[in-house]
Design a binder for this molecule. Structure first.
Ligand SMILES: C[S@@+](CC[C@H](N)C(=O)[O-])C[C@H]1O[C@@H](n2cnc3c(N)ncnc32)[C@H](O)[C@@H]1O
Length: 337
């Protein structure tokens, strides 16, 4: 019996237009070492269009979980202000602002109380930043010119462009926002938390909005891997750019008990080879039937697990509030000790 013929492809022109040489290197390394396409890179280029579509949704159409993500910061704004010294101005530092939907209510609240000392954002995607800039100009026409948005990766040295370490507590307090569950998409969220925590001063407050395991409404695939979904188009956007046809794999959605992670991965059903151009050198990656590539992960912790992870990162939970009708939670933390 002859084997199934190997599909041999190269990434699309759009792939090389979308990613810098360093990002191409990172994608090849991640595929080789972790069998994973880095999800944060799917926000770049055409992938951002999928998020733009979400921006125009009306409140009535929105699922409870998204509604909670959009409103939870503003609803608890007054309680958050009790975590910084009274009357101190507050600067908002938004890590991965995306559409800015969740943070606009908080900005409005701070402006109304004459407490906003500035808004700084950093996002890995130029397209998402453009989306953010436009939304902020629409909602805050008199202030948005002073808002600073820059492109960069907050998990590395670029963080210093929006959050500089201060050795005293002089100057405005800072709300450092990591909203929309972004933190838990990273392979090593504790490393990211430590990195951000090291740059915070004693007056800064980290604000996380996350989907947490409350023991109810758990995803139905937690006990068995579900073949064929559910998945979002964003989760396959990276493989699409590699021109890996969707009929060459099956999607699997499941829960990794050892890591407490929900995942979406693909499992190849035919042999596939992808040849990359890495700085002028060709590098081929081969996948055999049965091999998997992870395209999305989400650390799914309960309240105690989140507090424990923050403690291991040198941070202490100061407030934990649930969304109105979903598993969304707002966690505020400050530097421990
Ligand atoms: C899940 S979206 C959340 C957006 C927004 N905070 C919200 O809650 O709606 C993640 C955002 O973070 C950005 N992002 C992801 N990883 C990043 C990184 N390492 N550095 C900078 N931005 C990143 C993405 O481009 C995207 O805009």
């Amino acid at each position: 019996m002859t084997g199934v013929q190997r599909r041999v492809v190269s990434p699309s022109e759009e792939f090389y237009r979308t990613y810098s040489a360093t990002q191409v290197d990172a994608i090849v390394a991640s595929l080789a070492q972790r069998a994973e396409f880095p999800f944060e890179l799917t926000y770049l280029g055409g992938g951002s269009e999928l998020w733009r579509a979400g921006e125009v949704r009306s409140t009535a159409e929105v699922a409870p979980v998204l509604r909670d993500f959009d409103t939870v910061l503003a609803r608890h704004a007054e309680r958050l202000l009790t975590l910084v010294p009274p009357s101190t101005p507050v600067q908002v530092v938004d890590l991965g602002p995306g559409t800015t939907r969740p943070v606009r209510g908080l900005i409005r609240h701070l402006l109304d109380g004459s407490r906003l000392a500035g808004y700084h954002a950093i996002d890995i995607s130029a397209e998402m930043l453009e989306l953010a800039r436009r939304s902020l100009r629409t909602d805050f026409p008199d202030h948005a010119d002073r808002f600073e948005l820059c492109r960069g990766d907050f998990t590395g040295p670029d963080l210093a462009r929006v959050l500089t370490a201060r050795h005293d507590d002089a100057g405005p307090a800072r709300f450092v926002v990591l909203a929309g569950g972004t933190l838990y998409n990273f392979a090593d969220p504790t490393r990211v938390l430590r990195h951000v925590g090291h740059t915070m001063s004693g007056h800064d407050v980290l604000l996380l909005t996350l989907r947490v395991d409350t023991g109810v409404d758990r995803p139905p695939f937690m006990d068995h891997v579900r073949v064929g979904g559910p998945f979002k188009p964003q989760q396959l956007a990276g493989l699409d750019l590699l021109t890996i046809d969707r009929s060459w794999y099956q999607t699997e959605t499941g829960f990794d008990r050892d890591r407490s992670e929900i995942f979406v991965r693909v499992r190849f059903v035919v042999p596939v080879a992808v040849t990359f151009d890495v700085g002028g050198d060709r590098r081929t990656m081969s996948f055999e039937p049965g091999d998997t590539v992870l395209v999305w992960r989400y650390l799914y912790l309960d309240r105690a697990g989140i507090a424990d992870q923050l403690a291991r990162s040198g941070l202490e939970v100061r407030l934990f509030e649930r969304g109105q009708d979903s598993q969304v939670a707002l966690v505020a933390a400050t530097r421990a000790g």
